[in-house]
Ligand binder design. Sequence first.
Ligand code: COA
Ligand code: ZN
Length: 308
Amino acid sequence: MTDIVFQEVAMRDGLQIEPSWIPTADKVRLIDALSQMGFSRIEVSSFVSPRAVPGLRDADEVFAGIARNPSVVYVGLIANLRGAERALVAGADEINLVVSASETHNLANVQMSTDSSFAAFESIVERVDGSAMLVNGSIATSFGCPFEGTQAEERVLALIDRYLALGVDGITLADTTGMANPAQVKRLVARALEKLPASALTLHFHNTRGLGLANLLAAYEVGARRFDAALGGLGGCPFAPGASGNICSEDAINMAEEMGMRTGVDLPALLALSRTLPGLLGHDVPGQLMKAGRNCDLHPCPQTGLAA
Ligand code: COA
Ligand code: ZN
């Protein structure tokens, strides 16, 4: 039993923007480790154009290489029918469709209008109908677009309706470049929850302006229970200027556990894994718990040499 669900997205959102190539074997090793830490959902990779996102061009090999834990839903992001075909062959448990609230960001991200995206989604849903694969619909730039600015709530709600009319199993509202604030989050999430249950709504926050955890709590307070987060605070959309990391999994899980929420995640193991990231990626990462340690990691008193 958990009070809050975290979907680990570092392997997709995080690695799509890493400047250097991360070998397939390292991706598989990280996902296999995450699979044993209590996450019920892991976004593994993207079945998109290798030209658009070269860092994830090995999505098929990664899916083939991982050791599946039957209690984990393994998700692949897709943007077109070809991606859905690849996800079916790879045996993804769920596909994550993506459209943007903003027409401009949709064009930058997937080279088409939002109407064309939904036309493609119709054939995708038809194609996977009858398979066991679940379908989630994401709405990027739900809380603001780096090209257009604030997006009208009515526009986001209308896109939710379009996804629901397609028969998706879940919806994600994404704050692609961290433009959301807690008051806005409360308003939009409360309205979204009039349309679908908390078990089907995921919030995807980026910490670009330092508001990631505040936004998570605001959404939680109005009833949201599912959140995306990335190991080490990796992440960012390559097609959105100024994009930076998702909320950090271990920081968010630490906050939730300190507040008395059960997450089901093995925090010490997660922390140990996040501390391997700078060595693997060749740069520092935004996570704070990995630097500070947990509240229970006490230090010896300088006078006595003994821990308090
Ligand atoms: N898997 C593998 N290759 C694909 C593909 C897929 N799902 N979809 C398209 N391609 C290839 C095509 O074969 C073509 O290859 P070529 O240039 O070697 O001939 C190339 O990608 C371009 O294909 P095209 O159909 O002309 O697409 P496009 O240039 O209009 O781009 C998308 C549209 C959707 C394929 C592309 O923008 C994309 O993959 N975007 C992903 C965005 C993303 O992941 N954003 C971050 C997460 S929100
Ligand atoms: Zn993101």
